[in-house]
Ligand binder design. Structure first.
Ligand code: TEU
Length: 528
């Protein structure tokens, strides 16, 4: 039988742009579409082949654009549709594809559909969302939304509630409604016709819900329980994923990457591979290694070791290899800067630290994604008061931490470690210019990595095999395409490590190579 597997996007090297803080072209201190177009030369030099642009659609910006009020128009803060088309065109001329962010689980409460649903309970739009009536004077259940507080929001002047997994300004769409689904598919086709290559698909494992339970054992002092078991990876989701592939992604030839947190490895087949909906997925099993449990409370920190992290990473590689393909990342707009996450002590946050992390993930089996600023070794920015956070999740997590018994100081400390604002600082283009002229900069190292991945097809095609024999602080793996073997060795210890029986041609290193040893924080890529 001919394989139906979707191989699209495997050779790409993707760069993620968070438009608000990427490049400001008109001096209002807010990044914009023209700013992205201006930086296409920089991106081309970096060696990337595709851009993922976080939401730039019309939005009241309650969740920085993940609350869309009109899928068909641009947020004036970022520019016009003409400028978007210009960006797609100019990028295409440089051989750079565009991937838009596709938010299908929810809209803004200011979307026309939701306004109509509220204005007229008899309108067809009512069923585009999830409404429930009060039960014995209480909200329909005690689930906690991702950003804190109840998932149920009262509709003023009625005894009804509407459901939201994220903020109350992000009502969830009702995927059980076929007409609503068709309207979304129409919108996807419309965007593909603009000449984009595909989509990063937001929070897609939330589209099926199980909202029957009303009283659930609370997991916090707020009396609420995590919504995840009832809103994420719920049985029955495969029907929607299959339909979406058949109706739009397959016929339109989209390159797609799904954001789907905590999908059990046994269910990967719904997302990737022969029968899966997407070209690839982000796997988050190795992302929240610094947090306890899977309710994703930022104040529930965990003592972790590099060895534990390595095992999570290896497991992810081996599991996904059995089924399909993944998008590789160590940062994104929801995560703190990797160098802070992996190296908590300031004195360790060096060029070597940024580049050993880079080498560790970039050559794994999958399509590498670089988050803006990562290629410059950008670090977190500490904030002294909760008022200085812009991110809605940071504020929600702060409240949850306080209600779980943290002091204000403790709560602030935990929020600083994890806040999404860390990744949303304006890019410092003077620093980028400095690094462009410095051969030993993080940026130069990233350029070497992109060039190497393009040169060695084994780094795209090769299978993945873990190596544990070099010690617990060494992340080592091999790629093998049947012709070539490439070994990647990364020392995360501050102590020099002996490496026996390793020879071959050195393709890349972030430090001078001493035969038989790995220096602290050294990465070496060797062709056997
Ligand atoms: O995130 C979805 C998601 O699962 C979040 O729980 C995410 O993991 C969390 O914010 C990490 O701290 C997506 C987007 O990436 C995020 O920016 C949006 O806020 C969210 O969807 C709602 O659209």
């Amino acid at each position: 039988m001919q394989s139906m597997e979707n191989y699209r996007g495997r050779e790409e090297i993707v760069y993620q742009v968070y438009p608000k803080s990427f490049c400001d072209s008109d001096g209002d201190d807010i990044g914009d579409l023209k700013g992205i177009t201006e930086k296409l030369g920089y991106l081309k030099d970096l060696g990337i082949t595709m851009l993922w642009i976080c939401p730039v659609y019309a939005s009241p910006m309650d969740d920085n654009g993940y609350d869309i009020s009109d899928y068909y128009s641009m947020n004036p803060m970022f520019g016009t549709m003409d400028e978007m088309e210009q960006l797609i065109h100019e990028a295409g001329r440089k051989g750079i594809k565009i991937m838009m962010d596709l938010v299908l689980n929810h809209t803004s409460d200011e979307h026309e559909w939701f306004r109509k649903a509220l204005a007229d309970p008899q309108s067809k739009y009512r069923d585009y969302y999830i409404f429930e009536t009060l039960q014995n004077g209480c909200p329909p259940s005690n689930l906690r939304s991702v950003f804190g507080g109840s998932v149920w929001e009262p509709v003023p002047g009625t005894d009804e509630y509407y459901f939201h997994s994220f903020s109350k300004k992000q009502p969830d769409l009702n995927w059980e409604n076929k007409e609503m689904r068709s309207e979304l598919y129409e919108m996807i086709r419309w965007w593909m016709n603009k000449g984009i290559a595909g989509f990063r698909v937001d929070a897609i494992n939330f589209i099926k819900k199980d909202l029957n339970a009303s009283v659930i054992k609370p997991d916090g002092k707020d009396g609420l329980a995590s919504c995840f078991p009832y809103t994420r990876n719920v049985e029955g989701i495969q029907k929607f994923l299959k339909e979406m592939r058949k109706e739009v992604f397959e016929p339109c030839g989209c390159i797609t990457v799904s954001e789907a947190v905590d999908v059990p490895y046994s269910e990967l087949g719904n997302y990737i591979g022969d029968q899966g909906c997407f070209s690839m997925m982000f796997d988050f099993h190795y992302t929240n290694f610094d947090l306890e449990g899977n309710d994703e409370k930022w104040h529930k920190r965990k003592d972790w070791t590099m060895e534990e992290f390595r095992e999570l990473l290896f497991e992810s590689q081996e599991e996904i290899q059995k089924t399909g393909w993944q998008g590789l990342f160590i940062e994104n707009h929801d995560q703190p800067r990797a160098v802070n996450k992996f190296f908590p002590f300031k004195e360790d946050q060096t060029y070597e630290a940024s580049t050993v992390l880079a080498g560790m993930y970039f050559f794994l089996r999958g399509t590498p994604f670089i988050y803006q600023g990562q290629e410059l070794g950008v670090k977190n920015v500490w904030r002294d008061s909760i008022e200085s956070f812009d991110d809605i999740e940071s504020r929600g997590q702060y409240e949850t931490a306080l209600s779980d018994g943290c002091t204000k100081e403790e709560a602030l400390y935990y929020i600083n470690l994890r806040s999404r604002d860390n990744a949303r600082q304006m890019i410092d283009w003077e620093e980028a210019g400095r690094q462009e002229n410095d051969k030993k900069s993080v940026l130069s190292f990233y350029k070497e990595m992109t060039a190497l991945r393009k040169r060695e097809s084994c780094l795209v095609q090769g299978s993945f095999k873990p190596h544990r024999e070099y010690g617990k602080d060494v992340v080592a793996y091999e790629r093998n395409d049947g012709f070539t073997r490439i070994l990647v060795l990364c020392n995360f210890s501050k102590i020099r490590q002996e490496i026996k029986n390793v020879d071959g041609k050195i393709l890349l290193s972030n430090q001078p190579v001493i035969q038989g040893f790995l220096e602290p924080f050294q990465v070496i890529v060797i062709k056997k």
